[in-house]
Design a protein around this ligand. Structure first.
Ligand code: 0T9
Length: 382
């Protein structure tokens, strides 16, 4: 590939070969240094809130449809952060650090202009397969998001297809006193293109949906270059009522501008306004389980090109983890989550997915329920 450093070409070629043999989970595969990111997947849930105003303003919607439109706007707005940040900051998609079981990530977005403080709590709740649980809350605004995220990957020969597992539930207490609403958010599929060239990037494919307890549904369809328009990262969305009648449509690019109604309609969203990165307390004040502290030497090695140092500390972390798992087996104990309780069937998912027109399969999904009494840690010194 054109973007692979000369001395890593052989390594990249053999990485691509091993992709062909991979089944389902490529997070633990060894990849050449140029493609490694110094950031752990536990940091990714912060992408849900890099425009905290859009998150907070959901509860200000005057009607059910107004609030659904605000949920859709906030959701579409998160996509460019979730799926293009690495390309923007590091030149291409990179392989994130594979979190250890129990890894934590805490952050806040400060209260500006009375919008309320937004808090983020992330915990790695499974290592194999990797599953990340998260909780984001703006108590003042009355908006909270709980979800978990996993991936199933497959290689097509030129691209990696990623099916996301897990879901998120957004809970909104409307400011006008109407009753609490819930929104089930399913997650889009991704295709990682540009693998052969050594410059991977993400395109979203197929659809995802947002199902409200009010009966309203938003469906989002994704297409790359040449489908809806000549532009990459395009989407069309529509909000429909419980009988499936479309009430409003939206279209445009999730990396740029989108419009209400047709492509010439009023602006729905401009995602290019500056994002607010999450505020995280300094590594010196973090515990051993907090992501940036845990990976500090690995990240430093990757950033400075000292891959020996990175590799050594990664091995140390992995050995420690192996030893913990062994000890648990010996002592007949299991690892306990700090912030989340696992439930086999999420009642919100069960209720809301049944309201969707294209009924979801399976009808049940598990969930990691946030333990509110563990919220305090975030404010401590972030
Ligand atoms: C949830 C997001 C997810 C996580 C990442 C597929 C991927 C791991 C999962 C789905 C977030 O809300 C959104 C964004 C990016 C997704 C990652 C992109 C990616 O490449 C990795 C996988 C595991 C790889 O590292 C593939 C190998 C690599 C060489 C290609 C860059």
């Amino acid at each position: 590939g054109a973007d692979v450093p000369q001395e890593q070409k052989a390594g990249w070629a053999s990485f691509i070969k091993s992709l062909a043999q991979m089944t389902g989970d490529l997070s633990s595969m060894t990849a050449p240094p140029f493609i490694l990111s110094p950031t752990s997947l536990t940091e990714f849930p912060a992408y849900w809130c890099e425009h905290p105003n859009l998150f907070a303003e959901i509860s200000e919607g005057k009607t059910e449809q107004d609030r659904m439109e605000r949920v859709l706007r906030w959701f579409i707005d998160t996509l460019s952060a979730q799926y293009t940040t690495r390309n923007e900051k590091m030149g291409s998609e990179k392989k994130p650090l594979n979190p250890v079981l129990g890894e934590l990530f805490y952050g806040i977005w400060p209260d500006l202009n009375g919008r309320g403080e937004t808090r983020l709590i992330v915990e790695q709740v499974s290592h194999h397969p990797p599953i990340t649980a998260y909780y984001i809350e703006n108590a003042k605004a009355g908006v909270k998001l709980q979800g978990h995220s996993g991936q199933k990957t497959s290689f097509t020969g030129t691209a990696i297809n990623v099916k996301q597992s897990g879901h998120a539930v957004l809970t909104v207490q409307p400011k006008n006193g109407q009753k609490e609403e819930k929104y089930l958010i399913t997650l889009p599929k991704l295709r990682i293109e540009g693998i052969i060239w050594g410059s991977p990037y993400i395109e979203l494919t197929d659809t995802n949906a947002i199902q409200s307890s009010t009966g309203l549904t938003a469906q989002i369809d994704y297409k790359g270059k040449g489908y809806f328009s000549g532009k990459s990262h395009s989407f069309k969305a529509s909000i429909a009522n419980a009988s499936g009648k479309s009430l409003q449509t939206y279209e445009g690019q999730w990396t740029g501008k989108s419009h209400i109604g047709g492509s010439k309609g009023p602006i729905f969203l401009d995602t290019t306004v500056p994002k607010e990165e999450v505020t995280v307390r300094d590594v010196s004040q973090q515990t051993e389980w907090e992501s940036r502290k845990l990976w500090v030497n690995v990240a430093k090695g990757i950033r400075t090109g000292n891959y020996d140092e990175a590799g050594k500390d990664k091995t140390r972390i992995e050995n420690e983890q192996r030893q913990r798992r062994k000890d648990e087996t010996t002592n007949n104990t299991t690892w306990e989550h700090l912030h989340f309780t696992h439930v086999d069937s999420d009642p919100d998912y069960q209720f809301l997915s049944a309201l969707l027109h294209d009924k979801l399969t399976p009808a049940h999904e598990d969930a990691y329920v946030f333990k509110p009494e563990t919220m305090d840690v975030v404010g401590r010194s972030a």
